[in-house]
Design a protein around this ligand. Structure first.
Ligand code: NAD
Ligand code: 6OD
Length: 484
């Protein structure tokens, strides 16, 4: 039986309390996870605090950078272990995990290792009232102990997206992976020990949110900043916890992202792009498209083409040849997604395709499978169009004018991402400026340059990470003013 232990101060820590980790492909048991209580979380945070003044702090910048590159090598040397662990936890197709999740897990350390060596600090010379001069210069100090609370949809990718910059800036971390995906954060602990990362720099505590490790971590007074990726509602709870002690937060939250297809778009590329943004990772990508708006002259043709795409996915075991569509993360999440499938039906949507649970052979029939689903015909006020579902589904509506579609796209409390398909560059630039989102992709989706800012507008987040933007959260700026 696999056991997922807490990683505290470089040691593997079991607790008296475990919970099950199940494979969503067939609901089989993967192993038992040792849930951290207040005591273990406290030990992890104190270890991280102590590490801030230990050998980690006395490393020269180049040595810290070397350690980060060591993590990259460590992940790559155990690429298959990470791959197997991520696939078992999530059920995602091999083709996806091997091309996206694990490579990005390594790349997230490389980009910030490279960045931290090259980032300049600002300086200003100034005239002083006594006709002299003074020099101001900025020092970026580590913020301290960073609490990293993670979701389950891209477990290694999203966790390292935070841990990479946190460590590059000289912080220490306590990571709380999702209860559904404990494996790769745990494996990373093995890598840390292998490469000689000082104890206490990287810690992992397992458990749930409320009344469990997530709450204990975010409430802990020695945590100096909290970076969180997950639902907007959870962000609200964490923000309350962070208010005590006035700790800063960096939040990447939910979305209800529009995909906008103009009549002049390259039709095949637009269909392929929207199919990807709607269905990749079984629709469990925060950047994914759940509202599609298609200009009226190509509406019917587009709906038919997307339907064909949705019906061509191959569902099955992640390792089987040709499989490109996995289950949802859990039976519990499937209940949520199916509740929206039922709502759409009850509200009289036209179900273009899907709408339920696919027939899967045993033992897969016990897994968290749902059909890729497309609807048309719902009013914009429908909860199916207003609320984040986080499943492989979208509603498609026609539009006539640019002004109209901008209004429709922006009529949401969320503001994470949009994807726009057009061959008219002027339209593309106007849309980029008009859409109230943190990320606007034109004729593409989830095309990532890790130097760019990443984050959400409105209720989709607080702050930006990526490239130098990550320094805003992971460092504390200190201005030194020297009278010359
Ligand atoms: P979630 O909010 O349910 O859980 C995320 C993490 O928070 C988990 O580790 C959970 O245990 C923990 N948690 C829950 N309640 C907590 C509390 N009160 N205090 C402290 N920790 C708590 O999210 P999820 O279901 O794991 O992930 C899906 C959600 O994440 C979707 O809404 C999706 O849009 C969002 N997401 C956003 C981004 C982004 O970049 N904006 C990226 C990925 C996922
Ligand atoms: O690519 C990234 O850096 C990132 N944070 C992706 C988020 C995907 C959401 O599911």
């Amino acid at each position: 039986m696999n056991e997922f232990k807490n990683f505290i101060n470089g040691q593997w820590v079991t607790t008296g309390k475990t919970f099950e980790n199940r494979n969503p492909v067939d609901n089989s048991l993967i192993g038992l996870v040792h849930e951290a209580g207040r005591g273990e979380v406290d030990a992890a945070v104190k270890a991280a605090k102590a590490a801030l003044t230990g050998p980690w702090a006395s490393l020269k910048l180049e040595q810290r950078v070397d350690l980060l590159h060591g993590i990259v090598d460590g992940i790559n040397q155990r690429f298959d272990d990470f791959l197997d662990a991520e696939i078992a936890d999530t059920g995602k197709p091999h083709v996806l995990a091997s091309h996206v999740d694990i490579p990005r897990g390594a790349a997230n350390f490389k980009i910030f290792a490279d960045l931290i060596r090259n980032v300049p600090n600002e300086s200003f010379g100034m005239d002083t009232p006594d006709n002299g001069r003074a020099l101001n210069y900025a020092i970026r100090a580590p913020r301290g102990v960073i609490g990293v609370v993670c979701p389950w949809n891209l477990p290694l990718l999203l966790m390292t997206w935070k841990v990479g910059p946190a460590l590059a800036c000289g912080n220490t971390v306590v990571v709380k992976p999702s209860e559904d995906t404990p494996a790769t954060a745990t494996l990373l602990g093995e890598v840390m020990n292998k490469i000689g990362m000082p104890a206490g720099v990287y810690n992992v505590v397992h458990g749930f949110g409320p009344d469990s490790a997530g709450q204990y971590l975010t409430e802990h007074p020695l945590v100096d900043g909290i970076t969180f990726t997950g639902e907007t509602g959870t962000g609200e709870a964490i923000m309350k916890a962070a208010a005590k002690g006035v700790r800063p937060v960096s939040f990447e939250l939910g979305g209800k992202n529009p995909g906008i297809v103009f009549a002049d778009a390259d039709f095949d590329k637009a269909v392929a792009g929207i199919a990807r943004s709607t269905f990749e990772n079984t629709g469990q990508v925060c950047l994914g498209t759940e509202r599609v708006y298609v200009q009226r002259p190509i509406f019917e043709r587009f709906v038919a083409a997307l339907k064909q795409r949705a019906e061509s996915f191959k569902l099955g075991r992640p390792m089987d040849a040709g499989v490109n569509f996995g289950p949802l993360i859990s039976l519990q999440h499937r209940e949520k997604v199916l509740s929206y499938y039922n709502k759409a039906k009850a509200e009289g949507a036209t179900i273009v395709t899907g709408g339920g649970v696919p027939a899967m052979p045993e033992p897969l029939s016990a897994g968290a499978w749902v059909q890729p689903t497309i609807w048309t015909g719902l009013p914009e006020s429908s909860p199916v169009i207003r609320q984040e579902i986080f499943g492989p589904c979208c509603h498609i509506a026609p539009f006539d004018t640019e002004e109209e579609v901008i209004k429709l796209a922006n009529d949401t409390p969320y503001g994470l991402a949009a994807t726009v398909w057009t061959q008219d560059l002027s339209v593309a630039h106007r849309m980029g400026a008009a859409l109230e989102v943190g990320l606007c992709w034109v004729n593409s989706w989830f095309l990532r340059d890790l130097r760019t800012s990443f984050g959400g507008a409105k209720q989709s987040g607080i702050g930006r990470e990526g490239g130098v933007h990550s320094l805003e959260f992971y460092t504390e700026l200190r201005n030194v003013c020297v009278k010359l």
